[in-house]
Design a protein around this ligand. Sequence first.
Ligand SMILES: *[C@@H]1O[C@H](CO)[C@@H](O)[C@H](O)[C@H]1NC(C)=O
Ligand SMILES: *[C@@H]1O[C@H](CO)[C@@H](O)[C@H](O)[C@H]1NC(C)=O
Ligand SMILES: *[C@@H]1O[C@H](CO)[C@@H](O)[C@H](O)[C@H]1NC(C)=O
Length: 225
Amino acid sequence: MIVFPGFQALDVFGPLDALNVLAFTTKINLTVIADTLDPVSTNKVSWTNSSVGATFGETILPSHTYATAPPLDVLMIPGGLGTRAPGTGLDTTIAFIKARYPTVKYLISVCTGAGVVARAGVLDGKCATTNKLAWATTTPWGPKVKWVAEARWVQDGNIWTSSGVSAGIDVTIAWIAAVFGEAKAVSVANGMEYHRQTNSTDDPFSALYGLTNEKNSTNQAVDKC
Ligand SMILES: *[C@@H]1O[C@H](CO)[C@@H](O)[C@H](O)[C@H]1NC(C)=O
Ligand SMILES: *[C@@H]1O[C@H](CO)[C@@H](O)[C@H](O)[C@H]1NC(C)=O
Ligand SMILES: *[C@@H]1O[C@H](CO)[C@@H](O)[C@H](O)[C@H]1NC(C)=O
């Protein structure tokens, strides 16, 4: 799991908690990766100072840096306001995704994390989705991506992208079903007492924000997705 300043908490901890439950019965290892080993906060990003003056957020401790991360089977990328870091803020993250994607078995992104993956070029020509509220600001990061608006999540080969925030839990459980079997996925969802969405195209939030597969901001060939 990659983290950067201004990551969205549930984008990280929703998928990780599904995997925490999976880890009760399955031998898996977690690597939390960032620029340095310093705590990484959901807030403390100067370019997103709250206009109401709130200081509110949580931190996570990385286990590895981009320089020390071991070989990975699965690369997970969260979204959040931090995906809008100005200047060179995400350059190391983007370079890491670009370098590591060819070596991993799966890539999973949550929310606007798809925009960071798109900037690494990894989604070019692929079908993907992202947060619907942030659709207009995120999809231009991937002009060659077939962005699918009406989706809770999209799988294209070994790449799984999900819609906003809580959709990361659904994509992770869907991925668990695909890799470890439906019985494990059911047991994880029941262990979390999570009301799981199993239909990847059932997405009320595309309708809420007026997005359809025919009328989205890029109008790519989503019929082939
Ligand atoms: C998982 O972590 C343990 C303890 O650090 C290590 O011995 C093992 O090799 C790791 N397994 C994988 C697949 O990375
Ligand atoms: C955000 O707040 C910090 C601390 O008060 C301040 O140093 C920084 O200049 C502010 N940034 C913006 C963009 O307002
Ligand atoms: C999945 O959701 C879509 C959109 O609401 C609906 O059209 C489709 O029938 C659903 N599929 C299943 C298998 O329920």
